[in-house]
Ligand binder design. Structure first.
Ligand code: HEM
Length: 309
Protein backbone atom coordinates (compact mmCIF):
# COMPACT_ATOMS: atom_id res chain seq x y z
CA UNK A 1 0.00 0.00 0.00
CA UNK A 2 1.23 3.42 -0.92
CA UNK A 3 4.25 2.25 -2.92
CA UNK A 4 5.14 1.15 -6.40
CA UNK A 5 7.95 -0.79 -8.07
CA UNK A 6 9.52 1.10 -10.98
CA UNK A 7 10.76 -0.35 -14.26
CA UNK A 8 14.20 -1.17 -12.79
CA UNK A 9 12.58 -3.09 -9.92
CA UNK A 10 13.14 -0.39 -7.30
CA UNK A 11 10.78 0.25 -4.41
CA UNK A 12 9.27 3.74 -4.76
CA UNK A 13 7.05 5.42 -2.10
CA UNK A 14 3.95 6.95 -3.73
CA UNK A 15 1.45 7.86 -1.02
CA UNK A 16 2.97 8.82 2.32
CA UNK A 17 -0.41 8.89 4.09
CA UNK A 18 -0.99 5.25 3.24
CA UNK A 19 2.55 4.44 4.32
CA UNK A 20 2.15 6.20 7.68
CA UNK A 21 -1.33 4.80 8.35
CA UNK A 22 -0.27 1.26 7.44
CA UNK A 23 -2.04 -1.78 8.96
CA UNK A 24 0.26 -1.91 11.99
CA UNK A 25 -0.22 1.80 12.81
CA UNK A 26 -3.09 1.48 15.34
CA UNK A 27 -1.32 -1.33 17.20
CA UNK A 28 1.98 0.55 17.37
CA UNK A 29 0.29 3.77 18.45
CA UNK A 30 -1.65 2.14 21.30
CA UNK A 31 1.33 0.04 22.44
CA UNK A 32 3.67 3.03 22.39
CA UNK A 33 1.27 5.41 24.18
CA UNK A 34 0.69 2.84 26.94
CA UNK A 35 4.47 2.30 27.12
CA UNK A 36 4.95 6.05 27.67
CA UNK A 37 2.34 6.06 30.47
CA UNK A 38 4.04 3.12 32.15
CA UNK A 39 7.54 4.54 31.85
CA UNK A 40 6.36 7.86 33.30
CA UNK A 41 4.43 6.21 36.13
CA UNK A 42 7.50 4.19 37.09
CA UNK A 43 9.69 7.29 37.32
CA UNK A 44 7.08 9.20 39.34
CA UNK A 45 6.53 6.15 41.57
CA UNK A 46 10.26 5.63 42.02
CA UNK A 47 10.82 9.25 43.09
CA UNK A 48 7.83 9.09 45.44
CA UNK A 49 9.16 5.83 46.90
CA UNK A 50 12.61 7.35 47.44
CA UNK A 51 11.14 10.18 49.50
CA UNK A 52 8.76 7.87 51.37
CA UNK A 53 11.79 5.80 52.39
CA UNK A 54 13.31 8.99 53.82
CA UNK A 55 10.10 10.22 55.42
CA UNK A 56 7.04 8.02 55.25
CA UNK A 57 4.81 10.89 56.43
CA UNK A 58 5.69 13.02 53.39
CA UNK A 59 2.19 13.57 52.00
CA UNK A 60 3.29 14.83 48.58
CA UNK A 61 5.56 11.83 48.07
CA UNK A 62 2.67 9.64 49.22
CA UNK A 63 0.40 11.14 46.62
CA UNK A 64 2.99 10.69 43.87
CA UNK A 65 3.47 7.08 44.85
CA UNK A 66 -0.25 6.39 45.10
CA UNK A 67 -1.05 7.88 41.69
CA UNK A 68 1.81 6.00 40.05
CA UNK A 69 0.66 2.70 41.53
CA UNK A 70 -2.91 3.27 40.28
CA UNK A 71 -1.49 3.94 36.84
CA UNK A 72 0.51 0.70 36.92
CA UNK A 73 -2.33 -1.55 37.99
CA UNK A 74 -4.66 -0.09 35.36
CA UNK A 75 -2.25 0.28 32.43
CA UNK A 76 0.06 -2.76 32.81
CA UNK A 77 -2.74 -5.30 32.09
CA UNK A 78 -3.93 -3.14 29.18
CA UNK A 79 -0.39 -3.12 27.81
CA UNK A 80 -0.14 -6.90 27.99
CA UNK A 81 -3.42 -7.26 26.08
CA UNK A 82 -2.36 -4.57 23.57
CA UNK A 83 1.00 -6.34 23.14
CA UNK A 84 -0.79 -9.60 22.41
CA UNK A 85 -2.88 -7.95 19.68
CA UNK A 86 0.25 -6.27 18.36
CA UNK A 87 1.92 -9.69 18.08
CA UNK A 88 -1.02 -11.09 16.08
CA UNK A 89 -0.74 -8.16 13.68
CA UNK A 90 3.01 -8.72 13.37
CA UNK A 91 2.44 -12.40 12.60
CA UNK A 92 0.21 -11.35 9.74
CA UNK A 93 2.54 -8.74 8.23
CA UNK A 94 6.07 -9.69 9.36
CA UNK A 95 6.02 -13.42 10.13
CA UNK A 96 9.83 -13.80 10.19
CA UNK A 97 10.00 -11.28 13.04
CA UNK A 98 7.61 -13.39 15.11
CA UNK A 99 9.60 -16.56 14.30
CA UNK A 100 12.71 -14.82 15.68
CA UNK A 101 10.86 -13.45 18.73
CA UNK A 102 9.51 -16.90 19.51
CA UNK A 103 12.81 -18.65 18.75
CA UNK A 104 11.11 -20.96 16.28
CA UNK A 105 13.91 -22.16 14.04
CA UNK A 106 11.84 -25.20 13.11
CA UNK A 107 8.28 -25.36 11.84
CA UNK A 108 5.74 -27.07 14.08
CA UNK A 109 2.98 -28.75 12.07
CA UNK A 110 1.09 -29.94 15.19
CA UNK A 111 1.25 -26.97 17.52
CA UNK A 112 4.29 -24.88 18.49
CA UNK A 113 5.68 -24.60 22.03
CA UNK A 114 6.09 -21.30 23.86
CA UNK A 115 9.79 -21.02 24.67
CA UNK A 116 10.04 -19.12 27.95
CA UNK A 117 13.84 -19.15 28.28
CA UNK A 118 16.76 -20.59 26.37
CA UNK A 119 20.00 -19.74 24.62
CA UNK A 120 19.74 -19.24 20.85
CA UNK A 121 22.39 -21.21 18.98
CA UNK A 122 22.66 -19.40 15.65
CA UNK A 123 25.18 -21.90 14.19
CA UNK A 124 23.11 -25.00 14.86
CA UNK A 125 19.85 -23.10 14.36
CA UNK A 126 18.22 -24.22 17.58
CA UNK A 127 17.46 -22.93 21.07
CA UNK A 128 19.70 -24.62 23.64
CA UNK A 129 18.45 -25.37 27.17
CA UNK A 130 14.95 -24.32 26.14
CA UNK A 131 12.36 -24.14 28.90
CA UNK A 132 9.11 -24.39 27.01
CA UNK A 133 5.39 -25.00 27.37
CA UNK A 134 4.13 -27.34 24.63
CA UNK A 135 1.66 -25.93 22.10
CA UNK A 136 1.17 -22.64 23.97
CA UNK A 137 2.61 -20.51 21.17
CA UNK A 138 0.02 -21.91 18.75
CA UNK A 139 -2.68 -21.18 21.29
CA UNK A 140 -1.54 -17.56 21.73
CA UNK A 141 -0.87 -16.82 18.07
CA UNK A 142 -3.57 -18.92 16.41
CA UNK A 143 -6.02 -19.53 19.26
CA UNK A 144 -5.73 -23.27 18.60
CA UNK A 145 -3.44 -25.67 20.47
CA UNK A 146 -2.75 -27.78 17.39
CA UNK A 147 -2.46 -25.02 14.79
CA UNK A 148 0.65 -25.39 12.61
CA UNK A 149 3.22 -22.61 12.89
CA UNK A 150 5.92 -22.07 10.30
CA UNK A 151 9.49 -21.57 11.50
CA UNK A 152 12.61 -19.92 10.12
CA UNK A 153 13.33 -23.12 8.17
CA UNK A 154 10.68 -21.92 5.69
CA UNK A 155 12.52 -18.75 4.74
CA UNK A 156 15.86 -18.33 2.96
CA UNK A 157 18.88 -17.78 5.25
CA UNK A 158 19.46 -14.43 3.57
CA UNK A 159 16.07 -13.20 4.81
CA UNK A 160 16.51 -14.32 8.42
CA UNK A 161 16.61 -11.64 11.13
CA UNK A 162 19.34 -11.80 13.81
CA UNK A 163 17.48 -14.24 16.06
CA UNK A 164 19.62 -13.95 19.20
CA UNK A 165 19.10 -10.20 19.66
CA UNK A 166 15.37 -10.33 18.93
CA UNK A 167 14.84 -13.42 21.11
CA UNK A 168 16.42 -11.71 24.14
CA UNK A 169 15.05 -8.20 23.64
CA UNK A 170 11.53 -9.57 23.28
CA UNK A 171 11.86 -11.49 26.56
CA UNK A 172 13.25 -8.45 28.39
CA UNK A 173 10.19 -6.42 27.27
CA UNK A 174 7.72 -9.13 28.25
CA UNK A 175 9.40 -9.84 31.60
CA UNK A 176 9.35 -6.14 32.47
CA UNK A 177 5.69 -5.88 31.43
CA UNK A 178 4.82 -8.64 33.89
CA UNK A 179 7.10 -7.14 36.56
CA UNK A 180 5.15 -3.85 36.20
CA UNK A 181 1.90 -5.76 36.62
CA UNK A 182 3.37 -7.54 39.67
CA UNK A 183 4.45 -4.24 41.22
CA UNK A 184 1.02 -2.69 40.62
CA UNK A 185 -0.66 -5.78 42.14
CA UNK A 186 1.66 -5.73 45.17
CA UNK A 187 0.89 -2.05 45.75
CA UNK A 188 -2.85 -2.70 45.41
CA UNK A 189 -2.62 -5.46 48.00
CA UNK A 190 -0.71 -3.16 50.39
CA UNK A 191 -3.18 -0.34 49.73
CA UNK A 192 -6.06 -2.65 50.60
CA UNK A 193 -4.32 -3.53 53.85
CA UNK A 194 -3.68 0.17 54.56
CA UNK A 195 0.11 -0.26 54.42
CA UNK A 196 1.03 1.11 51.04
CA UNK A 197 2.87 4.17 52.32
CA UNK A 198 4.73 2.20 54.97
CA UNK A 199 5.89 -0.80 52.91
CA UNK A 200 9.68 -0.46 52.84
CA UNK A 201 10.24 -3.39 50.48
CA UNK A 202 7.51 -2.15 48.17
CA UNK A 203 9.27 1.23 48.04
CA UNK A 204 12.67 -0.31 47.44
CA UNK A 205 11.29 -2.46 44.63
CA UNK A 206 9.65 0.60 43.07
CA UNK A 207 12.97 2.47 43.10
CA UNK A 208 14.60 -0.47 41.31
CA UNK A 209 11.74 -0.48 38.78
CA UNK A 210 12.00 3.33 38.32
CA UNK A 211 14.10 3.22 35.11
CA UNK A 212 12.65 -0.07 33.85
CA UNK A 213 9.99 1.58 31.71
CA UNK A 214 12.77 3.06 29.59
CA UNK A 215 14.51 -0.32 29.44
CA UNK A 216 11.26 -1.95 28.26
CA UNK A 217 10.75 0.74 25.61
CA UNK A 218 14.30 0.22 24.33
CA UNK A 219 13.86 -3.56 24.35
CA UNK A 220 10.59 -3.17 22.37
CA UNK A 221 12.22 -0.84 19.92
CA UNK A 222 15.16 -3.22 19.41
CA UNK A 223 12.69 -6.09 18.87
CA UNK A 224 10.88 -4.06 16.23
CA UNK A 225 13.88 -2.70 14.37
CA UNK A 226 16.22 -5.69 14.52
CA UNK A 227 13.30 -8.05 13.92
CA UNK A 228 12.56 -6.57 10.51
CA UNK A 229 16.14 -6.99 9.30
CA UNK A 230 17.53 -7.62 6.72
CA UNK A 231 14.82 -5.31 5.35
CA UNK A 232 14.14 -1.61 5.73
CA UNK A 233 10.70 -2.23 4.25
CA UNK A 234 9.75 -5.79 5.07
CA UNK A 235 10.05 -8.06 2.03
CA UNK A 236 10.41 -5.11 -0.36
CA UNK A 237 13.52 -3.07 0.31
CA UNK A 238 16.71 -4.53 1.76
CA UNK A 239 18.69 -2.50 4.27
CA UNK A 240 21.76 -3.04 2.09
CA UNK A 241 19.88 -1.45 -0.83
CA UNK A 242 18.67 1.51 1.24
CA UNK A 243 22.01 3.24 1.52
CA UNK A 244 22.05 6.89 0.57
CA UNK A 245 24.82 7.95 -1.82
CA UNK A 246 26.68 9.86 0.88
CA UNK A 247 30.42 9.42 1.30
CA UNK A 248 31.66 7.67 4.45
CA UNK A 249 33.61 10.68 5.83
CA UNK A 250 30.49 12.87 5.63
CA UNK A 251 28.49 10.22 7.47
CA UNK A 252 31.21 9.83 10.09
CA UNK A 253 31.33 13.59 10.65
CA UNK A 254 27.58 14.00 11.08
CA UNK A 255 27.41 10.92 13.32
CA UNK A 256 30.19 12.30 15.51
CA UNK A 257 28.37 15.63 15.74
CA UNK A 258 25.16 13.88 16.76
CA UNK A 259 26.93 11.79 19.40
CA UNK A 260 28.66 14.84 20.90
CA UNK A 261 25.59 17.09 20.91
CA UNK A 262 23.35 14.38 22.32
CA UNK A 263 25.96 13.44 24.90
CA UNK A 264 26.02 16.99 26.24
CA UNK A 265 22.29 17.70 25.99
CA UNK A 266 21.21 14.37 27.49
CA UNK A 267 24.08 14.40 29.96
CA UNK A 268 23.12 17.84 31.27
CA UNK A 269 19.40 16.98 31.21
CA UNK A 270 19.92 13.72 33.08
CA UNK A 271 22.14 15.38 35.68
CA UNK A 272 19.58 18.13 36.23
CA UNK A 273 16.65 15.70 36.47
CA UNK A 274 18.45 13.39 38.90
CA UNK A 275 19.25 16.35 41.13
CA UNK A 276 15.63 17.47 41.08
CA UNK A 277 14.42 13.95 41.85
CA UNK A 278 16.71 13.77 44.84
CA UNK A 279 15.19 16.92 46.37
CA UNK A 280 12.18 16.45 48.67
CA UNK A 281 8.88 17.02 46.83
CA UNK A 282 8.35 20.68 46.26
CA UNK A 283 6.21 21.72 49.19
CA UNK A 284 8.51 24.64 49.91
CA UNK A 285 8.65 25.76 46.29
CA UNK A 286 4.88 25.68 46.22
CA UNK A 287 4.81 28.30 48.95
CA UNK A 288 4.06 25.99 51.87
CA UNK A 289 6.24 25.98 54.94
CA UNK A 290 5.63 22.29 55.60
CA UNK A 291 3.87 19.35 53.99
CA UNK A 292 0.15 20.18 53.85
CA UNK A 293 -1.06 17.09 55.62
CA UNK A 294 1.54 14.76 56.97
CA UNK A 295 -1.02 12.18 58.03
CA UNK A 296 -2.57 11.74 54.60
CA UNK A 297 -3.36 8.08 54.04
CA UNK A 298 -2.83 5.95 50.97
CA UNK A 299 -4.90 7.07 48.02
CA UNK A 300 -6.50 9.98 49.91
CA UNK A 301 -5.53 13.49 48.83
CA UNK A 302 -4.08 15.74 51.51
CA UNK A 303 -6.73 17.64 53.42
CA UNK A 304 -5.50 21.01 52.15
CA UNK A 305 -5.20 21.38 48.39
CA UNK A 306 -1.72 22.12 47.11
CA UNK A 307 -1.60 25.40 45.20
CA UNK A 308 -1.33 24.81 41.51
CA UNK A 309 -3.13 21.45 41.59
C1 HEM B 1 4.05 -7.80 28.47
C2 HEM B 1 3.51 -7.90 27.33
C3 HEM B 1 3.98 -7.29 26.04
C4 HEM B 1 3.78 -7.84 24.81
C5 HEM B 1 3.03 -9.13 24.52
C6 HEM B 1 4.40 -6.98 23.83
C7 HEM B 1 4.42 -7.21 22.47
C8 HEM B 1 5.15 -6.49 21.56
C9 HEM B 1 5.40 -6.86 20.20
C10 HEM B 1 4.85 -8.13 19.55
C11 HEM B 1 6.18 -5.92 19.64
C12 HEM B 1 6.83 -5.91 18.26
C13 HEM B 1 5.88 -5.62 17.18
C14 HEM B 1 6.48 -5.32 15.85
O1 HEM B 1 7.49 -4.68 15.70
O2 HEM B 1 5.84 -5.72 14.88
C15 HEM B 1 6.41 -4.91 20.63
C16 HEM B 1 7.12 -3.75 20.40
C17 HEM B 1 7.27 -2.76 21.35
N1 HEM B 1 6.95 -2.84 22.67
FE1 HEM B 1 5.99 -4.37 23.59
N2 HEM B 1 4.97 -5.91 24.48
C18 HEM B 1 4.75 -6.05 25.82
C19 HEM B 1 5.15 -5.19 26.81
C20 HEM B 1 5.74 -3.96 26.61
C21 HEM B 1 6.06 -2.98 27.62
C22 HEM B 1 5.79 -3.18 29.12
C23 HEM B 1 6.61 -1.91 27.01
C24 HEM B 1 7.12 -0.62 27.58
C25 HEM B 1 6.75 -0.09 28.71
C26 HEM B 1 6.65 -2.20 25.59
C27 HEM B 1 7.13 -1.34 24.61
C28 HEM B 1 7.27 -1.66 23.27
C29 HEM B 1 7.82 -0.76 22.28
C30 HEM B 1 8.29 0.67 22.51
C31 HEM B 1 7.81 -1.44 21.07
C32 HEM B 1 8.27 -0.90 19.72
C33 HEM B 1 7.07 -0.38 18.98
C34 HEM B 1 7.38 0.17 17.61
O3 HEM B 1 8.49 0.66 17.38
O4 HEM B 1 6.51 0.12 16.76
N3 HEM B 1 6.12 -3.45 25.38
N4 HEM B 1 5.79 -5.29 21.80
Amino acid sequence: MGYGINETGQFVPEDWWQIVFNPSFPYRLVHMVLAAYLATALVVGGVGALHLLRDRADAVAGRMFSMAMWMLIVVAPLQIVAGDFHGLNTLEHQPAKVMAMEGHYDSHPDGAPLILFGIPNAHEKRIDYAVQIPKLSSLILKHDLNAPLAGLDTIPDADEPPVTIVFYSFRVMIALGFAMLGLGGWALWCRWRGRMLAGRWLHRATIVMGPMGFVAVLAGWITTEVGRQPFTVYGLLRTSDSLAPVAAPAMAASLTAFVLVYFFIFGAGTFYLLRMMNMPPATRHLGLKDAPNRTARAGKPPAKAIPGE
